[in-house]
Design a protein. Structure first.
Length: 107
């Protein structure tokens, strides 16, 4: 009897969680201008994440992001404005990684 009750409750829960949206409600939009223009591709989403790391990450995450953007090449053009200020960063490793990324993206 307990198994049937648990099964019935589980099925009722799943049926209630169908994911339907309330009519007339729109999803809130993010900040305009933060994302690269164009279709939402995996490359654009990666660039967005790396730009966020460049702007607010630790030194290690900034270096990693710059190296990954360098590997992406010209597909990462949207990251150039975030890489520019890092060429004058106090940490020489961060500035070197930013310069390398800019050169690789502009190739």
């Amino acid at each position: 009897m307990q198994r049937r009750t648990c099964l019935a409750i589980g099925l009722a829960f799943l049926a209630g969680c169908s994911g339907t949206k309330a009519a007339g409600k729109k999803k809130p939009r993010g900040q305009a201008g933060k994302r690269p223009k164009g279709p939402k591709t995996m490359g654009n989403l990666l660039v967005e994440g790396y730009v966020a790391d460049l702007e607010k990450g630790s030194a290690e995450s900034r270096i990693t992001a710059a190296n990954e953007l360098a590997a992406m090449g010209s597909a990462a053009k949207a990251a150039l404005p975030a890489l520019g200020p890092l060429t004058k960063h106090a940490d020489s490793k961060v500035s070197a990684a930013a310069k390398k990324a800019i050169a690789a993206i502009k190739k």
